[in-house]
Write a protein that binds this ligand. Structure first.
Ligand SMILES: [Zn+2]
Length: 176
């Protein structure tokens, strides 16, 4: 499977609100599979289409143990329908912000409505890593990177760390 190049910050595409996918678009499956291959190659647990330069609302997630068989979830036009629980701060990495981890505060539980690649409406809900990953990837579709998702103080710190990471040549998939 051909992999795609990952777009890294600062790229204006990462700050753009993406368009809804056309559920009848027959190229979506190919794009989704290429995104999955790109995610696995770079040791990511999630990837959104704007991270490969496509400004559409398409996400691939696989939060399972990397030692296990790949089991990607493809989410077309995903939408958060509920967030629950007391906000928790945790470090997040991002393929588009290589070399650093940024503390982001999120509610732990997310319920998300989406369409699968066959156009069926689905619902997924989770807390833990998957709950956080769903929110992180859907942020990408709304033009929100780690720098916009974190607090202003953490943003200043993260931008400095990112400059250093870029200067030493950090690549997608590197977190620290
Ligand atoms: Zn990301």
């Amino acid at each position: 499977m051909k992999t795609l190049n990952i777009v890294t910050a600062p790229d204006p595409g990462l700050l753009t609100v993406c368009e809804e996918c056309d559920l009848n678009d027959r190229s979506l499956k190919k794009l989704a599979n290429r995104m999955a291959a790109t995610m696995y190659k770079n040791n990511g647990c999630g990837i959104a289409a704007p991270q490969v330069g496509i400004l559409k609302r398409l996400v691939v997630i696989d939060c399972n143990d990397p030692e296990e068989e790949p089991d990607p979830i493809f989410l077309v036009n995903p939408e958060i329908v509920a967030l629950e629980g007391d906000p928790v701060e945790e470090g997040e990495g991002c393929l588009s912000v290589p070399g650093i981890s940024v503390p982001v505060t999120r509610q732990p539980f997310a319920r998300v409505r989406y369409f699968d690649l066959d156009g069926n409406e689905c619902l997924i809900e989770s807390d833990g890593l998957l709950g956080r990953c769903l929110q992180h990837e859907i942020d990408h579709l709304n033009g929100i990177t780690l720098f916009e998702a974190c607090s202003p103080i953490n943003k200043v710190k993260a931008l400095h760390e990112y400059q250093d990471a870029i200067a030493r040549g950090a690549r997608p998939g590197e977190v620290s």
